[in-house]
Design a protein around this ligand. Structure first.
Ligand code: SF4
Length: 333
């Protein structure tokens, strides 16, 4: 049994994306996009494989960049064929890719199946048609529902990515989207807060006062609610808090929005804050809280936030690992 999982990410932007999603600057910067050639892709794979123990690891090649199935069938075949020698010799176990919901068809899926694609991630972004329209996504919620259905029927794993804080979005609409993502059969998701990126239509709307991004606190609070919904549905949350075009961004591309380098940690800190807050009703000289090993950082909180909160009620606050605890259990000693 292989007990470790690795992705080897290869970023292939679509230089001629025909869409103009309101938040994306891919069109404007297409001249700056770097599309890796075959040697570079092989180089990325070899370099990563050299660090992985093949006997103990599941390794997936991940083609990211937004719209893999927007390439012609010939181009898709080419990128997939590059990986086949590694699949034949067992060093790579499968391929995952991300794409748009309206670029899925039986013909495309049959091709992907032949080449050992296992997981398809769709950029659903929202399952509310008004949000999709205001964001100029160029597809509807029904497109995402239909694509998801045929992806599952053909035996692929389904990932559905969502964005929060798009134009016309509300917390209620994001909560609805999260519930639909679970009902539609996804087993994994990514949550991206919307950022205002330079040279986008969203930047223009922001400068004109027609669009206001979520504040960092709002984005964290929305994400807390979504994370709980996804955890309740047993979905894997692969990413929380970076933008889909992160590979394209440099610091000066960000105009406004809830960007934070430790966004996921902020969200998990807030979840622990809610759990630990009732302890504030007690008081005393000291308190020792035991938590599972993988939770210690978020229980203490980003920059010690939760510890500092408890120090308003206790003179000494200590956290300790207890390997018998699971999930987000804790014990007060
Ligand atoms: S987000 Fe993706 S589909 Fe939309 S414009 Fe950018 S690259 Fe194209």
């Amino acid at each position: 049994m292989k007990n470790k999982h690795f992705n080897i990410p290869v970023f292939i932007p679509e230089a001629a994306c025909p869409f103009q999603c309101i938040y994306c600057n891919q069109r404007k910067i297409s001249g700056r996009l770097h599309i890796p050639d075959d040697d570079e892709i092989i180089g990325i794979i070899e370099e990563r494989l050299a660090t992985i123990d093949p006997g103990n690891s599941e390794v997936e090649l991940a083609y990211f960049g937004g719209n893999f199935t927007g390439f012609s069938l010939e181009e898709q075949k080419h990128y997939l064929e590059l990986i086949q020698p590694y699949i034949r010799n067992g060093l790579i176990t499968g391929i995952r890719l991300s794409t748009r919901p309206d670029y899925i068809s039986d013909k495309i899926l049959d091709l992907l199946k032949i080449y050992h694609v296992k997981t398809i991630e769709l950029g659903a972004q929202s399952l509310d048609d008004d949000v999709l329209k205001a964001s100029k996504r160029g597809h509807t919620a029904a497109d995402t529902e239909k694509a998801s259905q045929i992806i599952l029927e053909k035996g692929f794993n389904l990932g559905l990515q969502m964005m929060i804080g798009l134009p016309d979005d509300t917390l209620e609409k994001s909560v609805y989207t999260a519930h639909r993502i679970i009902e539609m059969g996804a087993t994994e998701t990514r949550i991206y807060p919307t950022l205002v990126i330079r040279e986008t239509l969203l930047e223009k709307h922001y400068q004109e006062g027609k669009y206001q991004p979520l504040s960092l606190d709002e984005a964290v609070n929305w994400s807390v609610q979504l994370l709980k919904i996804f955890e309740g549905g047993h979905l894997k949350i692969l990413k929380l808090g970076l933008h889909p075009s992160e590979g394209l961004l440099s610091g000066k591309d960000l105009v406004a929005g809830p960007w934070h380098p430790s966004f996921r940690e902020l969200v998990l800190t807030e979840i622990w804050r809610e759990k630990l807050e009732p302890l504030m009703h007690e008081s005393g000289d000291s308190i020792l809280i035991e938590v599972p090993p993988d939770q210690i950082n978020c229980a203490v909180g980003y920059e010690g936030k939760n510890k500092k909160m408890l120090m308003r009620s206790f003179k000494v606050v200590k956290f300790r690992i207890n390997s018998d605890l699971e999930g987000r259990e804790y014990k007060v000693i």
